[in-house]
Design a protein around this ligand. Structure first.
Ligand SMILES: *[C@@H]1O[C@H](CO)[C@@H](O)[C@H](O)[C@H]1NC(C)=O
Ligand SMILES: *[C@@H]1O[C@H](CO)[C@@H](O)[C@H](O)[C@H]1NC(C)=O
Ligand SMILES: *[C@@H]1O[C@H](CO)[C@@H](O)[C@H](O)[C@H]1NC(C)=O
Ligand SMILES: *[C@@H]1O[C@H](CO)[C@@H](O)[C@H](O)[C@H]1NC(C)=O
Length: 272
């Protein structure tokens, strides 16, 4: 037989459990309602002049609905005006500023899933600036700022002849510098010449004299925005190099995490 004391004790415990469950449920509901947010996988992208750039912007919501209704998207450039507007299921380009005519687009099928990313074609130096992406929809909305910077960058090609290792890269802007080093990151002395074309773009030619066969060297071309890091191996049969780029944008790594989370959220939505 349980004593009165025990009965009271167990009733209290039960009540406490019921109340905490209720509080957690209420908190979860409140949170899920207010948690739609507009985000970007990269808020500080660096575009390559002359190429296309995707400015990422998407609505992240915790609601398990696959599609947005009454979605509108507005892209603006700070201090300039409308870059692109999509509303009532169609583009509305009446107030689009001239700089973006025929060069900007969003993806109507993407908008349904909350993806309002802007494709900017044939990037020019004047595209530099702060862009604002605004999404409004039945599932909530918001705004994100994206600071687009422009640069020119291309991977170098390597040749080896007469004991000289040569790196040539055709397009760099702003003005880059070149550093050569060996496997142990000891700096080596290279000779670099830069030539500027009529558009101001630099071509790079850098040589490393008395380079040795069967040896791996590092070559880094960098400016204030981008670095091309190459690992070059000289063999008896020629030279092979591989290059990767790093961008001076602190937000990129964090942002790609957001992107993968978002992608999984979207795939879950499609399943349900
Ligand atoms: C948004 O759409 C663009 C263009 O189709 C795509 O490249 C990008 O990965 C999409 N982003 C997300 C978060 O789904
Ligand atoms: C090869 O390098 C040596 C020494 O640097 C130089 O004297 C010679 O002219 C070069 N030959 C060619 C074909 O460039
Ligand atoms: C090639 O090897 C020689 C002899 O070890 C060395 O003196 C020279 O610095 C090396 N060249 C380069 C570019 O590292
Ligand atoms: C090369 O350029 C980068 C970026 O502008 C700079 O941080 C670095 O100090 C420069 N290196 C040299 C040796 O000038």
């Amino acid at each position: 037989m349980a004593s009165i004391g025990q009965i009271i004790f167990y009733s209290m415990v039960t009540l406490i459990i019921i109340f905490s469950t209720l509080i957690i449920l209420i908190l979860a509901l409140t949170f899920s309602r207010s948690s739609s947010q507009v985000m970007s996988s990269d808020t500080a992208p660096i575009a390559n002049l002359g190429q296309d750039e995707l400015l990422s912007c998407f609505l992240q919501t915790s609601m398990a609905q696959a599609s947005l209704t009454q979605a509108s998207v507005t892209w603006e450039k700070k201090d300039h005006g409308i870059v692109y507007r999509y509303t009532n299921g169609a583009p509305d380009l009446a107030n689009q500023i001239a700089q973006f005519k025929g060069r900007a687009e969003v993806f109507p099928l993407g908008i349904i899933t909350g993806n309002a990313s802007l494709l900017l074609r044939n990037v020019v130096g004047d595209d530099d600036g702060v862009y604002t992406c605004t999404i409004g929809s039945s599932n909530g909305g918001g705004t994100v700022n994206i600071n687009l910077r422009t640069a020119a960058f291309s991977a170098p090609r390597f040749t080896f002849s007469n004991d000289t290792l040569d790196a040539r890269a055709s397009r760099w802007f702003p003005k880059p510098n070149v550093t050569w080093s060996d496997r142990n990151e000891r700096l080596l002395k290279g000779i670099t010449s830069l030539t500027q074309d009529s558009a101001g773009i630099f071509s790079v030619d850098s040589t490393l004299q008395s380079a040795n066969s069967s040896t791996t060297y590092n070559c880094k071309i960098e400016n204030s925005l981008v670095a091309a890091v190459s690992e070059v191996t000289v063999t008896d049969f020629g030279v092979s190099g591989k290059t990767y780029f790093t961008f001076n944008a602190a937000s990129s790594l964090l942002a790609s995490t957001y992107l993968s989370i978002m992608t999984s959220v979207l795939s879950i939505c499609h399943l349900t």
